[in-house]
Design a protein around this ligand. Structure first.
Ligand SMILES: [Zn+2]
Ligand SMILES: [Zn+2]
Length: 170
C-alpha cells in the first residue's frame, strides 16, 4: 500500500485520486464477488465443511490464484447432478436386471422376459393370447387372463421329448 500512498501523494490532480480510489473499490468489489461466487459454488459441489472453509479462506487471502486453484480442483459435478446420475444409473441397472434374469428352458441361454421365442434355439417360451393379447407362459393350457385356449397349439418339442425321440430311435 506504500506505493499507492506515494502515487496519491505524487499526483496533485483530483482526477487521478478519484481514478485510483475508484479502481481500488472496483478491485475490492471484484474480490468480494469472487469469494461469494466460490462460497456459493462450493456449497453446491461438496458436503465437506473443511474443504468448503479452506477454499473460501484461500480466496479471501489470495483472490485470483485462489480462484484458479479452485477451478482446477473443484468437483466437476454439483451434488444435484451427482444425485441425478446415481438415480439414472440405478434405474438403468434395475431395468437391465429385469430383462436378463431368465433362462431358456431348452438351451438355458439368457432370454428377456418379453421374448416369445428363444433367439438361440427357437424354443417357444411364451404365448401371446389371440383374444386379449396378454403374454403368458407356453406351459399354460389356457390364457390366465381371459381363459381362452390357444387356437392352434403346435406340438411342443422340449428337451424331454427330444430325449424320448432319441431313445425310441435307438
Ligand atoms: Zn433356447
Ligand atoms: Zn387371453
Amino acid at each position: 500500500m506504500e506505493i499507492i500512498d506515494k502515487l496519491i501523494a505524487l499526483s496533485e490532480s483530483p482526477f487521478v485520486d478519484i481514478a485510483i480510489k475508484g479502481s481500488l473499490i472496483y478491485l475490492a468489489a471484484l474480490w468480494f464477488a469472487m469469494v461469494v461466487w466460490v462460497a456459493r459454488d462450493i456449497i453446491h459441489r461438496s458436503n465437506n465443511i473443511l474443504f468448503q472453509v479452506s477454499m473460501i479462506l484461500l480466496n479471501l487471502v489470495m483472490p485470483v490464484f485462489g480462484l484458479i486453484l479452485y477451478m482446477i480442483i473443484r468437483p466437476s459435478k454439483t451434488l444435484l447432478e451427482k444425485y441425478y446420475d446415481e438415480m439414472e444409473y440405478s434405474f438403468l441397472s434395475e431395468q437391465a436386471g429385469e430383462h436378463q434374469d431368465e433362462n431358456c428352458p431348452r438351451c438355458e441361454k439368457k432370454v428377456s422376459q418379453d421374448f416369445l421365442y428363444c433367439p438361440s434355439c427357437t424354443e417357444q417360451i411364451r404365448n401371446s393370447c389371440w383374444s386379449c393379447s396378454h403374454i403368458y407362459l407356453h406351459e399354460y393350457l389356457v390364457c390366465p387372463y381371459c381363459g381362452k385356449k390357444e387356437k392352434s397349439r403346435p406340438l411342443k418339442t422340449t428337451k424331454k421329448t427330444e430325449e424320448l425321440v432319441e431313445t425310441v430311435k435307438k
